[in-house]
Structures are given as structure tokens and as C-alpha cells.
Design a protein around this ligand. Structure first.
Ligand code: NAD
Length: 473
């Protein structure tokens, strides 16, 4: 039975309580997990607090070496990690093998390098003083993540935090915790001292909320839904915690008539349906210039039809089941709303009678005010929306409470850069979509949250500046 991970050792929840994580492909139970609560979080935070001074003082070269070994440990366990991720989330094993696990390792390799490169400044101030700054770690960081990319999202929080000398308590998603527990074991084997990373599995309202409330947690780094983000922000006020929030999205993917239309339309299918559409940056609003609307719609509908859901453990499968029964119900509920509000369902809907499959679904005749065009569905549902000109495209694209990402397809370089400047989104992709790199900052605007992950930008989020004045005469 997978236990909590505290002080580099597995242990059951203090209460002895457990919960079941199901296999989304079959709906059958997959594993029993420890149901951590406030008492377990207290234990995990106390352990991380104990480990903090020594880890923060560890020679940066040594932290760099250990984090690099973590990356190597992840690659050495690629197959086991990929299999766990697929069994637990339903994502195709080929994607887990080629994206999730290698990118998780990349994140450790990239941030290993930063351990030796975090330094302050000397500042020319008025008077006979030497003035300098140092970057110090915050202390214990609480990391809370969702179920769509458990390994990768955990790595994005753990690696920079540890590189900067913080310690971490991770609360994995209740739907898919198995790979995070295996990750913790691998990182311990790679040389992380006890307490530097603890993992408390359990429910958001219990273990997650306790982490947010804890007075010894300096910061919460959260990825998840916008409503949960709001709640966490309110609860974090009591202890005046730092926060970074990576929240939901409803990203526009804009295709102009002057683009390489076939290529853009083909890519729009992946942009919307990669990872069963359970991707915060999914290009779920496909804005198409009116003159090429029918051509693009045709390619997209055929592309969706070709993505037949199947067993995610089969290497040929490109589309697995949704993660949970609740998510399945939620997505099908949105299809009812789309049908009712008058959008035209070109293809897609529920699939199979076992497990939580939904076929890629494309709606045409979508008005930007319709529910399916406004709300985040977090499943394989694409709305195709026509537009007339650049002004129209920018207006529709920005008329969203979210601001996570956007795509633009055009051969006009001036228009591409002009739109990149106008779009209210943390990331803009030009003639490509869903590109990520540990070196490139990533995060949201508007209700998609604040703070940045990856790249140099995240290091400001996991350190604090101390200023020192020295009298020189
Ligand atoms: P969720 O907000 O329900 O849960 C996310 C995590 O928060 C889980 O670990 C959960 O246990 C925990 N949680 C729930 N209630 C909590 C509380 N009161 N206090 C503390 N923790 C709590 O989200 P989800 O359904 O698991 O994931 C889907 C959402 O995640 C979507 O909205 C998606 O857009 C978002 N997401 C965003 C990004 C990004 O980078 N912006 C990436 C992936 C997913």
C-alpha cells in the first residue's frame, strides 16, 4: 500500500485512514493510498523545517551535484515512472515515455545548474558604505499540484525550490499520486537528505488545506483550478504566505487566411486534444478567419475522428481515458450544454461502456458568448469560432477571464509580433503550439494566476533578497 513519504521513509497516515485511486481505463481500483490529514502535514512540515538549515547551508556545488543525480535517477527509472503515470492518469504511454518523464528529468538537470548561480548584487549607494544583496531561500515550501501531469508539475515546483536551498512538502493530486511517491523514493536514492522532500497524499480539503494553513510553511506553490486558487489565496492570508498560482485557461488559437492553413489546422488538433484535452494551455477556442473557416473545420473534424480513444498502455494509442468518473461526468455535462445552447456538434461524445473515455469533440457555429466557449472544460472539446479581421480576432481572443496562453498562425511577421504584444496571455506561440522548456518562463495573466515557473523567473519566487550595509569609514 503506497504510504506517505516523510524523512525518506514510507509511513501510513497517523489515523490509519486510506482512500482508493481508480484505474481510469477500467474504472477498477488501482491502489490504496494513505489519507494524510492535518496531523500528518504537521509531521511532514516539522521534518522539512528540521532539514532546512542544513540543506540551505549545503555547499551549492553539492546541491547541484545531487539535483543532477536526481535527473539521472529519473531517467534510469523512465519505464517504471511512465507506466505508473499512464496507469494512474490514463495518458498514452508513448507520451509518458517521450514527454512526461524526460521533461521531468530535464527540469532537474536545468535547475541543478542554478544552484551555483544564485547571487546578489553590489549597489553603488550614497555615502561611505559597501551595499550588497544576497539571495536567501524562504524555508519550507508547500507544493500542491493537479492530476494532469503529476510528475512534471511536481518537478517544476521541487527542482527550483531545492536548488535555491528550500525544503518542500508536496501534496499530490488525490486522483494520481503514485508517480509522485515513486519520484520521492528515486530522489532519496539520488542523495536528497531526509526531510528535504516530504510527500503527503490525501484530499485537498484535508491535507492541502492543512499545508496552506500551516504557520511554518513560508510559501504555497499551487497549480490547479481557478476556484481552488481563490480559496487558497483567502486561506493563506491568515499566515501572510507567499503564493504562486498556476490556474485554469481557455486559450485562443488564431488562424489567419495567410497562414500555412493545412499545417495550422493539423496542429490545432494536437493543440486541443493532447493529453485528452486535460491540459491547462489546451487551444480550446480555435479562431479561424472566415474565408478559410470551412477548409480548417474539415481538417480539424477529420483529425478528431482519427484520434480513436484506446488502451493507454498500448504504444499506438494517442488518446486515453479521462482521469476520473467525476471528470468524465463534467465533460459530458458540457457537451449537453453545448448542444442545448445551439452549437453544432460535428464529431465526438462519450466513447465505450467501460472506463472514462470521451472521443475528441468539435463544435462549429460557436458564438463567443456560449458556455462552451467561455468556461474551462478540461477535456477533449474544441470550439471553432469564425472571425473577420485582426481587430475582431484580438477582441474575441482577449474577451476571456483567463490569460494563460494563445497561438497565432500567419506568415505576416508584422502581424504576428503585433498580436503577440496585444494578446493577454502569459505565453504566445507563433506558428506552433504547446511548446515548453525548463529554461523558458511559464505562467498566467488575469484569472489564470500569477507567478512564473521554469526559467530564471521562478528563482525570484523561491528566494528572498537580503540587503547588507557595511560602513567603510
Ligand atoms: P483542483 O484545483 O481541484 O486540485 C488541484 C490540487 O489542489 C489537488 O492536489 C487538490 O487536492 C488540491 N486542493 C483542492 N482543494 C484544496 C484546498 N481547499 N486547499 C488546498 N489544496 C486543495 O484542480 P484539478 O481538478 O486537480 O486540476 C484541474 C485544474 O488544474 C484545471 O483548472 C487546470 O487548468 C489547472 N491546471 C493549471 C495548470 C497551469 O499551469 N496553469 C496546469 C495544469 C492544470
Amino acid at each position: 500500500m503506497p504510504d506517505l513519504w516523510i524523512d525518506n521513509a514510507p509511513r501510513p497516515a497517523l489515523s490509519g485512514a486510506t482512500f482508493t485511486t481508480p484505474n481510469p481505463t477500467t474504472g477498477e481500483p488501482l491502489a490504496e493510498l494513505a489519507r494524510g490529514d492535518r496531523a500528518d502535514v504537521d509531521l511532514a512540515v516539522a521534518s522539512a523545517k528540521r532539514a532546512f538549515p542544513a540543506w540551505a547551508r549545503t555547499d551549492p556545488n553539492e546541491r547541484q551535484r545531487i539535483l543532477w543525480k536526481c535527473g539521472e535517477g529519473i531517467l534510469a527509472n523512465l519505464e517504471a515512472l511512465a507506466r505508473l503515470e499512464t496507469l494512474d492518469t490514463g495518458k498514452p504511454i508513448t507520451n509518458a515515455r517521450t514527454i512526461d518523464v524526460p521533461r521531468t528529468a530535464d527540469t532537474f538537470f536545468y535547475f541543478a545548474g542554478w544552484a551555483t548561480k544564485l547571487h546578489g548584487e553590489t549597489i553603488p549607494v550614497r555615502g561611505p558604505f559597501l551595499n550588497y544583496t544576497v539571495r536567501e531561500p524562504l524555508g519550507v515550501i508547500g507544493a500542491i499540484i493537479p492530476w494532469n501531469f503529476p510528475l512534471l508539475l511536481a518537478a517544476r515546483k521541487i527542482a527550483p525550490a531545492l536548488a535555491a536551498g528550500n525544503t518542500v512538502v508536496l501534496k499530490p493530486p488525490e486522483e494520481a499520486s503514485l508517480s509522485c511517491l515513486e519520484l520521492a523514493r528515486i530522489l532519496a536514492e539520488a542523495g536528497l537528505p531526509p526531510g528535504v522532500l516530504n510527500v503527503v497524499t490525501g484530499h485537498g480539503e484535508e491535507a492541502g488545506a492543512a499545508l496552506v494553513d500551516h504557520p511554518d510553511v513560508a510559501k504555497i506553490s499551487f497549480t490547479g483550478g481557478t476556484d481552488t486558487g481563490r480559496l487558497i489565496m483567502r486561506n493563506a492570508a491568515a499566515t501572510l504566505k507567499r503564493l504562486s498560482l498556476e490556474l485554469g485557461g481557455k486559450s485562443p488559437n488564431i488562424v489567419f487566411a495567410d497562414a500555412d492553413v493545412k499545417n495550422a489546422a493539423k496542429n490545432a488538433v494536437g493543440a486541443a486534444f493532447y493529453n485528452q484535452g486535460e491540459l491547462c494551455t489546451a487551444g480550446t477556442r480555435l479562431l479561424v478567419q472566415r474565408s478559410i473557416h470551412d477548409e480548417v473545420l474539415d481538417i480539424v473534424v477529420n483529425g478528431a475522428r482519427a484520434l480513436v480513444p484506446g488502451d493507454p498502455l498500448d504504444p499506438a494509442t494517442q488518446m486515453g481515458p479521462l482521469v476520473s468518473e467525476a471528470q468524465h461526468r463534467r465533460v459530458l455535462g458540457y457537451l449537453d450544454v453545448g448542444d442545448r445552447e445551439g452549437a453544432r456538434r460535428e464529431v465526438g461524445g462519450a466513447h465505450g461502456d467501460r472506463g472514462w473515455f470521451v472521443s475528441p469533440t468539435v463544435y462549429s457555429a460557436v458564438h463567443p458568448d456560449m458556455t462552451i466557449a467561455r468556461e474551462e472544460i478540461f477535456g477533449p472539446v474544441l470550439s471553432v469560432i469564425p472571425f473577420d479581421d485582426v481587430e475582431d480576432a484580438a477582441r474575441i481572443a482577449n474577451a476571456s477571464e483567463f490569460g494563460l496562453a494563445a497561438g497565432v498562425w500567419t506568415k505576416d511577421i508584422t502581424r504576428a509580433h503585433a498580436l503577440a504584444a496585444r494578446l493577454q496571455a502569459g505565453t504566445v506561440w507563433i506558428n506552433t503550439y504547446n511548446r515548453f522548456d525548463a529554461a523558458s518562463p511559464y505562467g498566467g495573466m488575469k484569472q489564470s494566476g500569477f507567478g512564473r515557473e521554469n526559467g530564471r523567473a521562478v528563482l525570484d519566487e523561491v528566494t528572498q533578497v537580503k540587503t547588507v550595509w557595511v560602513a567603510t569609514s
